[in-house]
Design a protein around this ligand. Sequence first.
Ligand SMILES: [Zn+2]
Length: 568
Amino acid sequence: MRYSKYFLPTLREVPADAEVTSHQLMLRSGMVRRIAAGIYDILPMGLRVIRKVENIIREEMNRAGAHELFMPSILPAELWQETGRWDFYGKELLRIRDRHGREFCYGPTHEEIFTDLVRRDIRSYRQLPQNLYQIQTKFRDEVRPRFGLMRGREFSMKDAYSFDRDRTGAEESYRVMREAYTAIFKRCGLQFRAVEADSGKIGGSLSQEFMVLAETGEDSVVSCDGCDYAANLEMAEVKGEVSGSFADSGQDPEKVDTPGQKTVQEVTDFLGISPINLVKTIIMNGDKGAVGVLVRGDHEVNPVKVRRLVDDETLELAEPELVQKVTGAPVGFAGPLELDIPLYADNAVSHMSGFVTGGNAADVHMQGVDLSDFIVKAFGDLREAVQGDPCPRCGGSLTFLRGIEVGHIFYLGTKYSEAMKAHYLDESGAEQVIEMGCYGIGVGRTAAAAIEQNHDEKGIIWPVPIAPFTVALLSLDPGKEEVHAVAEAIYDDLIQMGVEVLFDEREERPGVKFNDADLLGIPLRVTVGGRGVKEGVAEIKERATGEEQKVPIEKVVEIVKEMIDARS
Ligand SMILES: [Zn+2]
């Protein structure tokens, strides 16, 4: 591609409305332009990257035995009503009416649509298993779209759905997808972790997220330094046994005045104790009523774990008015003594005695409290993991990383197939419900995450497999006949070899060309200039390492080819 002919509008300045690096660099390198909140034009440079990611996804999905098809993006309300998600999805679903007043939505995901296809065309166990996928545009009406392609409203997604005869088959489909995803992100040249995840809105019980590691990532990833255990923070298990017998301090609970001391820090400073000798009481409220959750002063409650233990998905932190009503005190003074709601405690609390708690009255705490002074309905793992916690698998040490979720795999079970009556006949002619799984990858998000992981102050550093071009060929004196001829010859030869080249033959100063090459992040830069041509050499520079070498002009193409092969 000749730069002078290309549609590649780069920007020198960092755009004021772009908060994160990948968004800034996508705008500056002419990959995308915003046309409305969360809605972007993908320019030629951006599309080249998107297509590369798509092709890797496609090849690995096909290799895994999945079949590509293409579904509409405008979906009829009736299918969504069958599963109840027409109401459940809320405002994220962009709803539209056609001229006859019929309701549709712009698809944010396609479980219903794939299930509908399969229930109509699959009759017998002989037609199973199936794994169907598409790479398609989705729309989710996010409240706060931001960060460019990282969290757009309209975005490209690969979504796959597996259909199996039974749970064993579905788990096998899930395993195959996990391997395919691992291959996909490896081939994209990205550092990533597959982490255990909450299955959230879609439902089901087996679920993993694929996180591209980047310091700027929005998600906390907990990762073991001794084995391959990794989980997102909300799911990270804390290995901790509940104590078989509770210690007793021999003290009776005693009131202590703590005027205005509400936070753990304030109370422990005021009383001159360590946070590990305090028990926090968190009031949560849900459809089944309020509960009290007890954790050690230096720990944080993990609401996902509480919801699971209590078996109430609707539990949220209680509003101050409810805390006042339940405890008789403003926020900051809740305690377990004489509290008339079920109490759940983290395992670590079972090892404590003679601790401090809130006093259920303003400006009052209790000290010398033991577990024998109140009733805990159940103990469990209810806190967030912290740096250095033991790994639940191997006992190694947990560390925290930042990541960007780019893929998600779920075992769905029969949630959709039951609601939509997707059945098949088994060998004995009996009707059975199909078992499902679903598997998504954000295509634009993967490109954005690649930039978050691979950039420096000058610009993007694309991994070779998803780079828009592999070589930037710079002609520094395009006006000089001998330089022009050498650069043109190298350009032709590289193209002949099937190398993707961006040939910068613009009438621009060398500094401008170097800056643009760095900004665009093309893995290899080949520079042809007046002095080099006289000496019979050109320069090859690797974007990632900054390593430069001068090579004889007649060897350039051969060496470039070798370097690409070594990095692909
Ligand atoms: Zn481990």
